[in-house]
Design a protein around this ligand. Sequence first.
Ligand SMILES: *Cc1c(COP(=O)(O)O)cnc(C)c1O
Length: 250
Amino acid sequence: MTNDENSDRTPGDGRRAELAANLTAVEERITRACEAAGRRRDEVALVVVTKTYPASDVRLLSELGVRQVAENRDQDAAPKAADSADLPLTWHFVGQLQTNKTRSVAGYADFVHSVDRLRLVRSLAVAAGGRDRELGCLVQVGLDAGSEGTGPRGGVSPGGVAELADQVAGSPGLRLAGLMTVAPLSGPYADRPREAFERLREISTRLQADHPAATMVSAGMSADLEEAIAAGATHVRVGSAVLGVRPRLR
Ligand SMILES: *Cc1c(COP(=O)(O)O)cnc(C)c1O
């Protein structure tokens, strides 16, 4: 490339091209997985997980047509969401959430995927009280959780889903949107994402008998989005396949 051709390039152009190529590849994976499952492409929404990456990447993704983004830590998400306030984005919070962060999260998030205990529901309801629209809540299912309590990466055990869902549905300011899971690293579902996501589908079907509007099924990440789509996921949460491998695990 000559200097002349270079002159109207900005420093973000290389990154934009990289993100565009990655998005195309992920889009192809989703399309193929939908075809294989006999599902329409528009039944599955791509949520891009931008954690650890800067607000400038969020802006590039928005320019490339991404409409839904997710974060897992309020400390990082709050300033990024503020920097991106002019963009037409839906924000998802997908990380384990402490009650002292709910007020901040309710300030920018449209959906919280990690609702896994009654105390958190109460805190979110208070935090969402002043909003002009309901906060979408997904109950996170921990398929590796013991019959009491939560799993190592968050999530209520399957037996605790109904009570939590009823609590969300009965809370002013909150709307029960559906279920979320992360494929377990331990327990009976370790290394069996397809089975884990099929179990989530069963739990979702049961939930929708009582709560017909709770249709969101948030499952699947960069490594296992095909398995999730095969098992009925409506939202896949993809980070590294779009943005690159994160410098450190969180
Ligand atoms: C980081 C994260 C993702 C995305 O993971 P990748 O493997 O980077 O696609 C999805 N869901 C949750 C809850 C996450 O924390």
